[in-house]
Design a protein. Structure first.
Lengths: 459, 459
């Protein structure tokens, strides 16, 4: 489409010359996300308010250039990459926590606020914003909403979608609108607030969000259980839930994940274990203690090697640091990494882990799995040398096989990373042609000119 | 549009002659819902499976007749009324609980299953389906999903939307499709499952649903608190939540509601109280007891007249029966009843109750409010003589004033009843023209011929 100097000047006059750039260094800086793919935009704009966003989008419709909104660029599926060029719209100036209403457990926040900053701010008021993607320390709430981020606490508390009450959104055609409500309930009209959540920035640009909060749980307790067999670990998870206990988190790591992160951090994880479970219980002090005793008893009845309750906050924090370090630490296994976040019914995790082991043996590639055992959300990584064509092709074939098996088990191809460009080629494995066609009609209902975040999800 | 004999015969050949009728008695029986408005369909069909539904909808597109899907007809906003004639599609033959997966806390259910039957069935397996509209004993899950039903437990457990994982839906154009997933998480493509929830049967016909379940809480405890001032009751509610306690339910009744239901049931409610709170706490036996003591202490610090913990399951059941009898019992106050379910921020309930009292005094009409104090969802009823034109007009004006004030307080016009025909004329008070236009484009993306449930929500 090509951005003329005249149009660039118009962009500058909307957001101000200090907040608009087409310098090579900015094009490079905003060409990336966590997928490490490289798509430089022609220009970068930093709007300050909904009116700026609206004016940029109206200009885009008028002149036919693409706009791709972006938060911190920490996405795992390429949702914020300007794959067709055009303008990268960086939302980091929307960095204000507008209001925290402690009486009504509601916060009004701008999309550029860092998730972890928001969490800590509400915690200081005794409140709790549960969604906790591993990227919380650097990802933005806007990005979390666009991808419907999950995290470890989803098994008990649900995902980002479950905390969104209302949104201010700029439509791709430039209208500034409100979806949803500012109250706990609301059913007036179609649920467009939740349609925006997880739509990966293709249906509108979020400029303000009203989020639901919970009271902060009084206490949390962390436990590590070590298993010689993945099946036994999975049975432990199922049995906890069968007994009516929903922990705040039930994470697992397979042996490859344990070895990788232990080499990196030295957290004292057992290098020869086939699996470990990291379980966190929260609630009132009494309740958390009571439930933790119950979990220890339940796991004690499974053939686990050891059960260890973290004795201090520091020890619990170290275990969590180990868990959250897996993804970055994996780079030591190869220059190429395919990182998928499939979901299977919780009880089918052992089947999937066996499948992954089989594929690893067959291909000779390191494959690592870990993730949210409580809700069947498996982070599956294939490591390879990306300069080696044979390894690359084996890795892609393995992902394909895992996706097919995921769907055969009744699962889904993404639990929290989204489709973006990474999974777009696989969409039609899971979603039928009729539904894809319907999604395209919905996209057109929002964005008739197709200017907003093109080349994603529906391609 | 008029249904010819030839088309009626084709309908009969789809569903079978025993499941297709245009007898006057069937036209009358399926002309109603809980709004008591009367719109007879030209024909009534009872499909048995998705294929039947698909064939009927394809025929409707071909011959241009309207189809209005319907569950038990217990809706409060007219969502299932065939307001433009055509065919009433009664979904009651979809009455099978297909599967309850105790390991993965997921159930697959057909839409004609009665909500209360489903709840009791999963409870026998130690599981819990929280959404609890007052109509649960007779409304269907399909209707609950179409309207996004709420209920008393929403303050802790959320609404119907929060329990929907995946849907089989027949699109208005006849395609049988799947939206969403069968797992705890899933973000592949636009969130069409949740777009269907609350769309009031205008975007598709649900033929199967995959629902999320929870472990059944071990214990619940019920408490009644009596107040001489509504403001003090509301302050009690706020203080409970400020202390970090989210009860399973926090209901209130105003004086008119108390008098009405007490005259009807004789549950021993204090006739001279300005407000009562009905609070239920659940959790493990220990936790429920501990939290109930805390709630009693918190309310003890407010100027309440009395606090009484139900001593037995029977006593708790009687209190809940009183609460759930209010709506039907109100008929004693007049032949006309306008029944609204506005939501305001929880802390603004006293303002709204004061406004209602002022309107009641001004008009001389009985106005009753009660409902879900925990999430600000107020059931507001105006009673009048429907043969009296002056009273009718005063009642409508009062509703209008309450709606305006609701929006001024940052609220919404419906928390759980939906728009249907009852609130359609008021939609544009809350939803902007740009958003209404977008909703209409979305409707067209699903239903280009406009044959499914016309005349609702967007008119």
């Amino acid at each position: 489409m090509g951005l003329s100097s005249k149009v660039f000047d118009q962009l500058c006059s909307i957001v101000g010359r200090d907040h608009c750039s087409r310098l090579a260094e900015d094009q490079v800086c905003y060409a990336y996300d966590a997928t490490r793919r490289f798509y430089p935009p022609e220009a970068v704009v930093f709007p300050k308010d909904a009116q700026d966003v609206s004016s940029v989008l109206k200009l885009a419709n008028e002149h036919g250039f693409f706009v791709t909104p972006r938060g911190a660029g920490s996405g795992m599926s390429g949702g914020s990459l300007p794959v067709k060029g055009g303008v990268a719209m960086v939302m980091t100036r929307f960095d204000r926590i507008v209001n925290i209403d402690t009486d009504n457990l509601v916060a009004v926040v701008q999309p550029g606020v860092i998730t972890g900053v928001f969490q800590k701010t509400v915690e200081r008021k005794g409140l709790f914003y549960p969604p906790d993607p591993s990227s919380a320390d650097f990802s933005t709430l806007g990005g979390n909403l666009a991808e419907c981020a999950g995290g470890a606490s989803a098994v008990k508390y649900g995902v980002t979608r479950d905390y969104v009450l209302g949104l201010e959104v700029v439509l791709p055609t430039g209208e500034i609108v409100h979806f949803g409500v500012r109250t706990a309930k609301g059913v007036v009209g179609y649920d467009l607030a939740r349609l925006i959540v997880g739509s990966e920035g293709t249906l509108g640009v979020i400029t303000e969000m009203t989020l639901r909060l919970l009271p902060l749980p009084e206490a949390s307790k962390t436990l590590l259980a070590v298993y010689d067999k993945m099946e036994d670990a999975a049975e432990g998870v199922s049995e906890i839930i069968r007994r009516g206990i929903i922990p705040r988190a039930i994470e697992y790591m397979d042996n490859a994940a344990i070895r990788c992160v232990e080499g990196h951090l030295g957290a004292g994880l057992p290098l020869d274990a086939e699996a470990i479970l990291l379980i966190e219980i929260d609630g009132t002090e009494t309740e958390a203690g009571f439930l933790m005793d119950k979990v220890v008893a339940v796991l004690g009845d499974t053939p686990c090697r050891s059960i260890h309750a973290a004795g201090s906050k520091e020890e619990a924090a170290l275990l969590w640091k180990a868990r959250k370090s897996i993804s970055p630490a994996l780079r030591r296994y190869g220059t190429g990494k395919l990182n998928e976040d499939i979901v299977v019914p919780r009880s089918r995790i052992p089947d999937m882990v066996a499948k992954i082991r089989e594929l690893s043996e067959k291909t000779g590639l390191t494959m690592v799995s870990f993730g949210h055992a409580g809700d069947g959300n498996i982070h599956f990584n294939v490591m390879f040398d990306r300069d080696d064509a044979r390894q690359t092709s084996l890795a892609l074939e393995a992902v394909d096989a895992v996706f097919d098996y995921t769907l055969a088990l009744g699962g889904t191809l993404s639990g929290e990373h989204g489709v973006g460009i990474a999974k777009a080629p696989y969409m039609d494995k899971e979603v039928s042609g009729d539904v894809l066609a319907l999604m395209k009609r919905i996209k057109r209902a929002f964005d008739p000119a197709g200017i907003l975040n093109p080349g994603k999800m529906l391609l």
